[in-house]
Design a binder for this molecule. Structure first.
Ligand code: NIG
Ligand code: FE
Length: 417
């Protein structure tokens, strides 16, 4: 049987998030909804969006595989624009220690934390990382995520960093999920370079970045700019070099202390600055002025029992905020989009409309893809989520529960619960 194109009709609430670039400040509340909406997807690409009545004047139901979305809310696929989903081993013991009072940084300084995962990731084979990554992507897509950003950073040597990146490259080719790949060689100082930060930065610049570039293994370069990790100066040196080599830039910025990572992101023209729990007023202004996407990771603050990032001040200052999971084995072992959404809406003073923008078009912008994903607009990829309820209000209301009923990826129904 020849596969038919897809027609979604009768959507109680069709949320288009219409737009081809990030939304900043006030614009974030404009998500554009159509009552009784319909979407036509041909050859995997969105062809038309309108009310069902209008669409059926031009298109014939018989020519399509029809999805009746009566009583359902329809949204663009979510973009999880910050994850560390490829790693070996687990750190459940550290999680238990944190609940007993140890801080994330205490554990890191005792040689646990990222170093622990580095050891397990160095020991893991390509196949092991590929298989576990494949399963994690299967879980993420069920939550309505259709594009995932993934970072290296658990190798901290040439071979393992390249192994992590190649695993993601292969997953991007073989799994239905789309991946945006980031090189995060400057995630921590490996034991071999203890106390020699500058030498490690030089090693990355001279020995690793050129291979990543030549083999086209990553689009973005990220750095953990943090007290006791990489200073603003060390981060700047790496980022400027990476920019010169053609990478787009990201930063883990102002996560644990106010260090100036947000300002640095603005200075170097980063596409996003992420975490930002302790971003200063100046940092917020600088991100808004330079249109750096401020990527907030509510579940990390939740799991670390840290204060939430100042989403309200950021949006009111004109920032473009994205929300993401930060899924990783240490600070945030969850890719729960329902929990991200609920925490943002309940504790971070983001309206539901702002949270939707942050998980769709602004997430897309944070991975440089606002022109092709993140909204239901003609010309974009047919990446769509159908909820089992008639309104997006149900996302935080049915707190922490997955209410996704169908996921359409490139015009194909890939999840049908
Ligand atoms: O984004 N902050 C740095 N990196 C990760 C945590 C990595 C880990 O603990 O393994 C984060 O929270
Ligand atoms: Fe992170």
């Amino acid at each position: 049987m020849i596969k038919k194109d897809l027609l979604i009709i009768n959507a109680a609430e069709l949320v288009t998030c219409s737009g081809f670039k990030a939304k900043y400040g006030e614009e974030m509340k404009n998500i554009h909804t159509i009552k009784n909406g319909a979407v036509v997807i041909e050859g995997g690409i969105i062809k038309a969006v309108n009310t069902t009545e209008e669409i059926l004047k031009t298109y014939n139901e018989e020519d399509f595989e029809v999805i009746d979305a009566s009583n359902k809310c329809v949204l663009p696929g979510f973009v999880d624009s910050h994850t560390h989903f490829i790693f070996g081993g687990y750190r459940a013991d550290e999680f238990a220690w944190r609940l007993r009072g140890d801080s994330y940084m205490d554990i890191m300084e005792r040689g646990g934390g990222i170093q622990n995962t580095v050891k397990a990731t160095r020991d893991a084979s390509f196949e092991e990382l590929y298989n576990v990554g494949f399963e994690r992507l299967n879980d993420m897509i069920k939550l309505g995520v259709t594009t995932v950003e993934g970072k290296s950073g658990y190798g901290l040597d040439l071979d393992t960093e390249i192994k992590q990146l190649k695993v993601m490259k292969k997953l991007n080719e073989e799994h239905v999920m789309d991946l945006a790949i980031t090189f995060l060689g400057a995630h921590s100082i490996p034991p071999e370079y203890k106390g020699k930060n500058n030498e490690y930065i030089d090693f990355i610049i001279d020995n690793v970045l050129p291979v990543v570039k030549d083999e086209n293994l990553a689009e973005f370069c990220d750095v953990f700019c943090e007290d006791k990790v990489f200073s603003v100066e060390e981060s700047r040196k790496l980022l400027l070099k990476a920019k010169e080599m053609g990478f787009k830039l990201k930063l883990h910025a102002d996560e644990i202390v106010t260090l100036g990572g947000s300002e640095l992101a603005a200075e170097v023209g980063a596409i996003s600055a992420d975490h930002l729990l302790h971003a200063s007023d100046e940092g917020i202004k600088a991100m808004a002025a330079k249109k750096v996407i401020s990527t907030l990771l509510p579940c990390t603050a939740f799991c670390l029992k840290e204060p939430y990032a100042r989403a309200r001040e950021m949006i009111d200052s004109g920032c473009g905020v994205a929300l993401a999971s930060d899924f990783n084995p240490g600070s945030c072992f969850t890719y729960s989009i329902p929990l991200v959404f609920a925490v943002a809406a309940i504790y971070m003073k983001m309206s539901m409309e702002e949270a939707i923008t942050a998980l769709t078009i602004n997430g897309a912008a944070a991975v440089g893809r606002a022109d092709s994903i993140g909204s239901i607009d003609p010309g974009k990829k047919g990446d769509i989520v159908i909820l089992k309820y008639p309104s997006y209000n149900f996302i935080p209301y049915n707190t922490g529960i997955n209410i996704v009923e169908k996921v359409i990826k490139d015009g194909n129904v890939v999840v049908n619960i």
